[in-house]
Design a protein around this ligand. Structure first.
Ligand SMILES: [Cu+2]
Length: 118
């Protein structure tokens, strides 16, 4: 009787562990976004590599407005309005390529989104 009960407990524990191991990957699939933090006049990380179809989200943590805009000569895929503190801007990149961008208010702020199939 006691042995049977403890066996059931281990079974329940195992089920919980297996469930916990599966849920993080399910969460990533549901929200395939990568965040770039705009902080202290720097895009962090400055360069990111993502798969096609992934969304990139820029979040401004500074007290001054910033923008994200495709670099001159690039296809205008990235074109935000001025982002105030805590504002966000999102782009889903469907095509492979290297997307250079900058802040039009502070052109020394630059970054690159590399879109490549994994
Ligand atoms: Cu800026």
């Amino acid at each position: 009787m006691f042995d049977q009960l403890s066996l059931n407990r281990w079974g329940a524990l195992f089920a919980l562990v297996a469930c916990g191991a599966l849920s993080p990957s399910a969460g990533v699939a549901a929200d395939a976004a990568t965040t770039v933090d705009v902080s202290k006049f720097v895009f962090g990380p400055k360069e990111i590599t993502i798969a096609p179809g992934v969304r990139v989200r820029w979040v401004n943590h500074d007290e001054v407005p910033h923008t994200v805009a495709s670099a001159p000569g690039q296809e205008k895929v990235i074109a935000s309005k001025a982002m105030d503190t805590d504002d966000r801007y999102e782009v889903t990149f469907s095509k492979e390529g290297d997307y250079a961008y900058y802040c039009t208010v502070h052109p020394f702020m630059t970054g690159v989104v590399h879109v490549h199939k994994p």
